[in-house]
Write a protein that binds this ligand. Structure first.
Ligand SMILES: Cc1cc2nc3c(=O)[nH]c(=O)nc-3n(C[C@H](O)[C@H](O)[C@H](O)COP(=O)(O)OP(=O)(O)OC[C@H]3O[C@@H](n4cnc5c(N)ncnc54)[C@H](O)[C@@H]3O)c2cc1C
Length: 384
């Protein structure tokens, strides 16, 4: 399916694949068990320029197109969903700054984010605010030229190690986004352990107690924190998570094909049993369909097509639910070995659960996609 890529995109894919195979995949199970991403791996990604790949060139990034970013997320997702989630949250923050930041904010933060000198994290969710991001209760109060931030953010991916937090709190004019640096007095993080998936992702609580943040760190106008800033970040996050799920599908398919060819029961490899073949056929179909949907979303994003939003939501929803099905079947094909820690399918199963919850749960996409269907039907009717 690489035939539809440009020569440059195909070359990038080759390089991403080699990097993921050599530097990430062999260690992913160990990081998963240790529940840590080693610092040198973050440095390696930064040194390879991968964390800054989509940042505009004028700010020192790679200025890559959406399809190329997707191919990178797919290869990282195939190797390790935690590392793919680092790419996701870091690029979400960079994208929000590029889209909604002032000139000074772009000049200050984008080169650092592009080089991976500063790692970004998105601190929106709270113990009481999940799917409904606009219900955040973190308090933002004005004090002269500063903001005072008080609140508790939860589930912040790479929050335990990130340097820059995109925090959304509630000010007088509604949800408002601020960039908060790690060394701000009053900010403290605490690692959340024993997650079901993306266990190496250094996901954390972020506590903010009377944090003083300069007004220069306000992103967009007060009141636009969720509708505009988080909206833009989530759209990109959905895109890279969708591609990450294409990677999970590929990994489950490869592991299942290999195992079904080696494992013998009733005198033949289990791949000869029709019900095992059915699971592999379903995985194969889902993997191809998810890749095509993500490629379509990437192309529409590159063409600035207004349909890109719906295509991205469709791709994320399909890829995440398909990755969930594939991981379940991959464990089933591995039998008892799928339940143990010796095979990576156990990791994919946990990771795939998270994919159906983050960047819009499967249910929120179902609700939203129906809305797109009604709108498209209405538009076609009015064209007549
Ligand atoms: C590993 C991990 C990493 C995360 N990383 C981040 C991060 O970096 N930054 C961040 O801000 N957040 C992060 N999150 C939080 C994530 O964004 C939320 O989990 C997500 O928004 C869903 O919110 P919730 O878990 O509170 O579920 P809830 O919103 O409480 O939903 C619970 C259930 O109800 C369903 N539901 C809710 N509303 C509706 C509706 N209107 N219609 C139908 N069904 C509905 C949901 O689909 C779900 O099944 C992370 C979460 C996890 C697990």
């Amino acid at each position: 399916m690489t035939g539809s890529l440009s020569a440059q995109q195909a070359q990038s894919l080759k390089e991403f694949r080699a990097f993921a195979d050599d530097a990430i995949a062999p260690h992913a199970d160990a990081w998963h068990r240790a529940q840590r991403t080693p610092e040198h791996v973050v440095r390696l990604l930064a040194d390879e320029g991968l964390l800054g790949l989509p940042v505009p060139r004028q700010y020192g990034g790679g200025g890559c197109d959406a399809v190329t970013l997707g191919l990178l997320a797919g290869e990282l997702g195939r190797a390790c969903s935690s590392i793919r989630s680092l790419l996701t949250v870091h690029t979400m923050v960079a994208h929000a700054v590029a889209r909604w930041g002032s000139r000074a904010q772009k000049e200050t933060w984008l080169p650092r984010l592009a080089r991976g000198e500063t790692i970004g994290a998105l601190a929106v969710s709270e113990p009481g605010a999940g799917s409904d991001a606009s219900s955040v209760t973190t308090r933002l109060t004005r004090d002269g030229a500063d903001w005072i931030v008080d609140g508790h953010k939860k589930w912040t991916t790479y929050g335990h190690t990130a340097d820059l937090f995109l925090v959304v709190g509630r000010g007088e004019q509604g949800p408002t986004a601020l960039l908060v640096e790690r060394d701000t007095p009053g900010l403290r993080t605490e690692l959340i352990e024993d997650l079901v998936g993306i266990r190496a992702s250094m996901t954390a609580h972020v506590y903010l107690e009377s944090c003083r943040v300069p007004d220069a760190n306000l992103l967009a106008r007060p009141g636009l924190g969720v509708s505009h800033v988080v909206g833009a970040a989530l759209d990109l996050g959905r895109y890279t998570v969708g591609w990450g799920c294409v990677g999970i599908l590929d990994a489950c398919l490869t592991a299942s094909v290999d195992y079904a060819g080696e494992r013998e029961q009733f005198g033949s490899p289990i791949k000869e049993h029709q019900l095992v073949r059915r699971m592999i056929s379903n995985m194969y179909t889902d993997a191809r369909a998810a890749r095509l949907l993500c490629l379509e979303a990437g192309r529409l994003r590159d063409e600035r097509d207004p349909g890109a939003l719906a295509a991205t939501s469709t791709a994320k929803y399909f890829a995440a639910t398909a990755a969930g099905r594939a991981a379940l079947d991959a464990v089933q094909i591995h039998g008892a070995n799928g339940c143990g820690a010796d095979y990576p399918v156990q990791r994919h199963l946990g990771d795939s659960r998270v994919m159906e919850i983050i960047e819009g749960s499967a249910q929120l996409h179902q609700v939203g996609l129906a809305e797109y269907a009604f709108q498209e039907r209405g538009a076609r009717r009015s064209e007549r």
